[in-house]
Design a protein around this ligand. Structure first.
Ligand SMILES: Cc1cc2nc3c(=O)[nH]c(=O)nc-3n(C[C@H](O)[C@H](O)[C@H](O)COP(=O)(O)OP(=O)(O)OC[C@H]3O[C@@H](n4cnc5c(N)ncnc54)[C@H](O)[C@@H]3O)c2cc1C
Length: 356
């Protein structure tokens, strides 16, 4: 029997707790969340299962059938039938996961913020301490300074409005306007609720670190005002996205997962799938007492992020229009490919075809 403490009930922490509890019923698992589970989530609620291995129930899910990419010229990417790009209700999802964890015997402590100065005591009380606290990285002070500093340097800014209005014409569509100086994109992801499309997440992310010279809020306002006329802004939120993974994932019995380790895509910022998977692999590593499970997964992610960075580099060098046209001309946005853009197979093909 092992005692495991988990800090943070986002996708990483919830996944770790569920998989630990289902793999070994005798473990004592305590999950600490500083707020209420599912509240204050900052997310566009787009789900992209990069490795195609996740078979999870997502509430209010809507399959994305096409992506409209705008970079001066509009490119419409029709996605294949089996595409695993969706929108969903992340609040409901996390609340459902918490219920599942509780049923499996996990003890959840909401409104319990773990402070930096409690970490040492906590790590001596438990066999393992999983840091799933997101980009806050509440245990980062115990990891190599140079890696933490690189991690911080590669936090990219993102902000978002939750819009209410009639977005039915965007049903099954991701609308993405890319820009170059600096590289980044505006997104509109419509959301299904009770079979209606009356909400959408509209946001802006840069693919470089924050620059004080750029007023992101003004930029987002302009994008939203130019694109839509009939909408209400229900909420505004902003948070950085960590795109550089720290090499050291474990210090003694403290393990970093999800955003706390820096597992977001450097190309589009998505990180729900890798956070969830990090929970799965850490659970298997702990139960089998073998951290090669987690290490192998992280190596796979490194490989993915390396290719994504190559594409981002080309975007920075030649501009988004050049890149998108090249991808289109080489057949990489064709439905016939049988797999969606930005997936594993697609990345491999794209890297070769862009150059040759
Ligand atoms: C604007 C924006 C839009 C995004 N859109 C998408 C998207 O559409 N698709 C996608 O795949 N990814 C998206 N992401 C990224 C995605 O949200 C993250 O990669 C994902 O949430 C990481 O999960 P996590 O469990 O590691 O961390 P988090 O989801 O950040 O969860 C961390 C949890 O820890 C808790 N916590 C923090 N500190 C403490 C503490 N000291 N004590 C106790 N609890 C604590 C927090 O309250 C939180 O619940 C987006 C990010 C941003 C900023």
């Amino acid at each position: 029997m092992k005692k495991i403490a988990i800090i943070g009930a986002g996708p990483a922490g919830l996944s770790a707790s569920i998989h630990l509890a289902s793999l070994n019923k005798n473990h004592e698992i305590h999950l600490f969340e500083r707020g209420k589970i599912g509240d204050n989530i900052i997310c566009a609620e787009g789900f992209f299962d990069f490795f195609g291995t996740l078979n999870i129930e997502l509430p209010e899910k809507m399959r994305v059938k096409k992506i409209i990419l705008l970079a001066e010229k509009e490119i419409v990417v029709n996605l294949p039938q089996n595409s695993n790009i969706l929108t969903f209700d992340r609040t409901k999802w996390q609340k459902n996961l918490a219920k599942e964890a509780t049923t499996l015997g996990v003890k959840i402590f909401e409104n319990t913020k773990i402070e930096k100065n409690e970490i040492k005591k906590l790590s001596s009380k438990y066999d393992y301490l999983l840091d799933c606290s997101g980009f806050y990285g509440v245990t980062h002070h115990l990891f190599p300074k140079r890696e933490v500093s690189e991690y911080r340097k590669n936090l990219i800014p993102a902000l978002q409005y939750k819009l209410e209005g009639d977005f039915s014409k965007y049903e099954g569509t991701f609308y993405v306007k890319v820009f170059d100086k600096p590289p980044g994109y505006f997104w509109l992801f419509p959301r299904k609720e009770n079979n209606e499309i009356k909400r959408a997440n509209a946001g802006l992310g840069l693919l470089i670190k924050r620059r004080n010279s750029i007023n992101l809020r003004d930029l987002l306002n302009k994008m939203v005002e130019n694109k839509f006329c009939d909408y209400n802004i229900e909420g505004y939120s902003s948070s950085p996205i960590p795109t550089k993974r720290m090499k050291t994932f474990m210090n003694k019995n403290i393990i970093l997962l999800g955003d706390a380790l820096g597992l977001c895509s450097p190309l589009h910022g998505g990180g729900i799938d890798s956070a969830y998977l990090s929970g799965y692999y850490v659970a298997h590593s702990i139960v089998n007492n073998d951290f090669s499970y987690y290490n192998t997964f992280l190596k796979k992610l490194d490989n993915r992020f390396y290719k994504e960075r190559l594409i981002l580099r080309l975007w920075k060098l030649f501009g988004s229009l050049w890149l998108l046209k090249r991808l289109e001309n080489k057949g990489l946005f064709s439905e016939k490919l049988g797999y969606p853009p930005f997936s594993g197979k697609w990345l491999n093909k794209a890297i070769i075809k862009i150059f040759f």
